[in-house]
Design a protein around this ligand. Structure first.
Ligand code: NDP
Ligand code: GDR
Length: 370
């Protein structure tokens, strides 16, 4: 049985990857950080009681900013594969906490790689580093491939650039099987609520149920290559099963604007929008609603721009060319953007119905299981 260690196990990708590796018969260890409340929502369904014998899913406390915890865990677990997914992953927030972002997202990668080296595991342990399309930042080439030059545009992307190169460096210097997956945006129903896709699907669901009046967004012109997290974690595993350690672009190859994502999400509840104005003055109004279940007023202003959601430096256009992964590893995404939005909307509508019911009846008569 192979043994894997996943850092960032409580995040979106950590949760999907844990399920995936357990399905492949791995023993999965996860590094989670301490928080004042449970932070394991996404993996509670696969949690195993520590008193159980022969567990195959085991969580450990640790932190990417704490070398000793990283070294101790790798020494104890002796993993065949490490998936380094832990990161302060929000681009906008990285402008607010740049030093912490650097410590976690840049030096954190070094801590993992150096622990493997220090413990003499260079020939045993394969390392996957969660690199990102944010490395490309300013548009120098479209679509972006493994050969496109980097021009990072945020403290997050710059920290990830260190992570990228230190991974390449440890591979070249110490012969380690260390690889970068340069993943383009990937989303799911368990995507963090402050990333734009989930913010939109949550808001559209709340608007449909009368829990919220409108949504405020930033740059609607930004274009992203959005895929499904489920497809992307499969690729993380494939990268570590390849013959040689290499770096790989993983993307759907299709780019869509934030505005279009909004339209498609409202489309799921039968609402057509009319966008008017430009820049900070842009607004969207309800043009048509085909679903009588949702009492949405025609002509209502439903979207406005709030400058607080703009970034000090923006990444305008990302679209990836993953031909190398498709040709050499046979990877192919199973979900398209329409499938993804449909799944996210269904899930958020379900969650918001629960919230609405709780608002109406209060805790007294609320049945959590309804
Ligand atoms: P999430 O933000 O959902 O998850 C990040 C994980 O990292 C969480 O488990 C978080 O813990 C953990 N974490 C944060 N800081 C620390 C720390 N100091 N020590 C230990 N753990 C920490 O991100 P995703 O799952 O979406 O992304 C996974 C990785 O892939 C990240 O590195 C991200 O930068 C990268 N990436 C993501 C893409 C995407 O589109 N999703 C695209 C390209 C790269 P907690 O739950 O306690 O907050
Ligand atoms: P991104 O994701 O920065 O690409 O990083 P995010 O969803 O935050 O932003 C995508 C684009 O949408 C624009 N935008 C808004 N973004 C947010 N969050 N909130 C808004 O209200 C809003 N309005 C418009 C942004 O300006 C941006 O252009 C994600 C993260 O998962 C990273 O960790 C990962 O490395 C990259 O994807 C690939």
């Amino acid at each position: 049985m192979k043994v894997a260690l996943i850092t960032g196990v409580t995040g979106q990708d950590g949760a999907y990857l844990s399920e995936f590796l357990l399905g492949k018969g791995y023993i999965v260890h996860g590094l989670k950080r301490r928080s004042s409340q449970f932070n394991t929502d996404r993996i509670d369904h696969i949690y195993q009681d520590p008193h159980l014998k022969n567990r195959n899913f085991i969580l450990h406390y640790g932190d990417m900013t704490d070398s000793t915890s990283v070294i101790r865990l790798i020494q104890q677990i002796q993993p065949d594969e490490i998936y380094n997914l832990a990161a302060m992953s929000h681009v906008k927030v990285s402008f607010e906490i740049p030093e912490y972002t650097g410590n976690t997202d840049a030096l954190g990668v070094l801590r993992i790689l150096d622990a493997v080296r220090l413990l003499g595991l260079e020939k045993k342990t394969r390392v996957y580093q969660a690199s990102t399309s944010e490395l490309y930042g300013k548009v120098l080439e479209v679509p972006q491939t493994e050969k496109t030059p980097f021009y990072p545009r945020s403290p997050y992307a710059i920290a990830k650039m260190y992570g990228y190169w230190i991974t390449v460096n440890y591979r070249e210097a110490y012969g380690m099987f260390a690889c970068n997956g340069i993943l383009f945006n990937h989303e799911s129903p368990i995507r963090g609520e402050t990333f734009v896709t989930r913010k939109i699907t949550r808001a559209v669901s709340r608007i449909a149920l009368g829990l919220q009046d409108k949504i405020y967004l930033g740059n609607l012109d930004a274009r992203r290559d959005w895929g499904h997290a489920r497809d992307f974690v499969r690729m993380m595993w494939m990268i570590l099963q390849a013959e040689k350690p290499e770096d790989w672009v993983i993307a759907t190859g299709k780019s869509t604007s934030v505005r279009e994502f909004v339209k498609m999400s409202f489309g799921e509840i039968g609402v057509e929008l009319d966008f008017q104005g430009r820049g900070l003055e842009e607004k969207a109004f309800v043009k048509y609603c085909s679903n009588p279940d949702y009492q949405i007023e025609i002509g209502k202003e439903i979207l406005s721009i709030d400058p607080r959601y703009f970034r000090p430096a923006e990444v305008e256009l990302l679209v990836g060319d993953s031909s190398k992964a498709r040709e050499k590893l046979g990877w192919q995404p199973e979900f398209d953007l329409h499938d993804l939005i449909k799944e996210m909307m269904e899930s958020d509508l379900k969650l918001m119905r629960k919230e609405k019911y709780l608002n109406e009846v209060g805790f007294k008569t609320y049945n959590y299981y309804e």
